[in-house]
Design a protein around this ligand. Sequence first.
Ligand SMILES: [Zn+2]
Length: 282
Amino acid sequence: MKKSKILKFVLGSSVGLVTMFLVVLIPLLMVLDFFGANITDDYVDNNADYSDKYKEAVNMALKNNKGYVPLNRILYFYLEDESLSFYQIYVDNLDKDTNKMLPISEVCELKKYKNFDGCKDYELGNQVDSEQNKPFLPPIDFHKITVTSFFMEERVVFGESDVHGGWDLATSNNTPVKAVCDGKITKVSFPYKENKTNTSGGGGNQIYLECEVDEDITYTVLYAHLYPNSAKVEEGKTVKAGDELAGVGTTGYSTGPHLHYQVELNGTGVDGMSLIDFSNDD
Ligand SMILES: [Zn+2]
């Protein structure tokens, strides 16, 4: 190879490499959390350390008719004082009348949080929810379930690492699962005739419900691992919020009877629990 050709090759390839680094690798490394644990609006990277304590708090809250507070909000306060209890922070972050999560500014008015660094510059936290839209009803009776996995939980299932795309709500077989909205059933898939685990069976028996909550906001709700032959609805039919759709089972990639409740907006996973209206749940 001639000198000029070599130079061209190196230059050409390093431009290519730099571009690849900027365009592909950096976002990828960020997604993979190469730059260290960080809390985003959506979820907490490396959350396995907190998952058990968090689920305990969520389960206690649901049993006590409380609303929903995501893990990132709990950690906003907990990481400044690790002697605090997750459940206490959880409750402090809810409005007692509406059961909606309070803006951080309001939680910071409580004496115990006032002097936290996060309360001096909470604007930077980017978690001040001025208006929370809660278009959904619960997909199941929350008094009958135990949360075994939350949205974006980093966990190990059947020996495999995985970031969970939905909520796992464990309960007994055939517990009714319900429409979260007035909407349209877009898919009813019940190929599994036996209520048992099949590690290559994905979501098992499933129902998809489309919820058009606004002109330009349509959520897709997935109910997975359903009991064989339990579908009470048909593809293409409309349903009312609260209508029974099917029963809980353990078909597909499942370790026991539970509802896998998953919500997507334009193909991107969103936290289905944050959309549920807990206000009349007394
Ligand atoms: Zn699941």
